[in-house]
Design a protein around this ligand. Structure first.
Ligand code: PRP
Ligand code: MN
Ligand code: MG
Length: 184
């Protein structure tokens, strides 16, 4: 699959699995005893694999909502422009909301999203991201749960794409530069 496009595997399927279980356990402890079900907000499309695995690993009931925003288009660097492609279907007022993201890179998507969702008066609002890049510390985004801090390289797989490809890989790997320099 995608022969030769992946330079190396950064995080294996097993490592992802273990981390998702660990994060879900932490979240379960922190949200034990809340009133009502926890509301998971997955950020499409990147967080879709993480969201579905996380929800199944979580030992307590959670409801699933999705929001689609995009800051990248088909480029490998952030444009800073965040667009809502799909908004939440439901009111989140007085709900305990946990945003699930696949990756925080510049932090622009998330800082925008936090502002947007906190204006809707949730009971609480936290972030759980599978991956975080060092650049994220340059924008002050409060993130409660982080799976892996990774080097500043372009990664794909487990939901993360380059030009909509590679989301379906079960692991996370770095993309061979030949893929995104082709035709430039
Ligand atoms: C990617 C990724 C995060 C965001 C992180 O989404 O899934 O949502 O960029 O970048 P930032 O911290 O620099 O804002 P993208 O906009 O590519 O949309 P996608 O999830 O549909 O791939
Ligand atoms: Mn995304
Ligand atoms: Mg993308």
């Amino acid at each position: 699959m995608y022969d030769g496009d992946i330079a190396f595997v950064l995080i294996t399927e097993q490592q992802i699995n273990d981390k998702v279980t660990e994060l879900a356990k932490q979240v379960d402890e922190d949200y034990r005893g809340i009133s009502g079900d926890l509301l998971l907000v997955g950020v499409l499309k990147g967080a879709v694999m993480f969201m579905t695995d996380f929800a199944r690993a979580l030992p307590q009931p959670a409801q699933l909502e999705f929001m689609a925003v995009s800051s990248y288009g088909s480029s490998t660097s952030s444009s800073g422009v965040v667009r809502i492609l799909k908004d939440l279907d439901r009111d989140i007022a007085n709900r305990h909301v946990l945003i699930l993201e696949d990756i925080i890179d510049s932090g622009l998507t998330l800082s925008w999203l936090l502002k947007n969702l906190s204006a809707r008066n949730p009971a609480s609002l936290e972030v759980c991201t599978l991956l975080r890049k060092p650049d994220a510390v340059q924008v002050d985004v409060p993130v409660r749960y982080v799976g892996f801090d990774i080097p500043n390289e372009f990664v794909v797989g487990y939901g993360l794409d380059y030009a909509e490809r590679y989301r379906d890989l079960p692991y996370i790997g770095t993309l061979d530069p030949k893929v995104y320099t082709a035709g430039v």
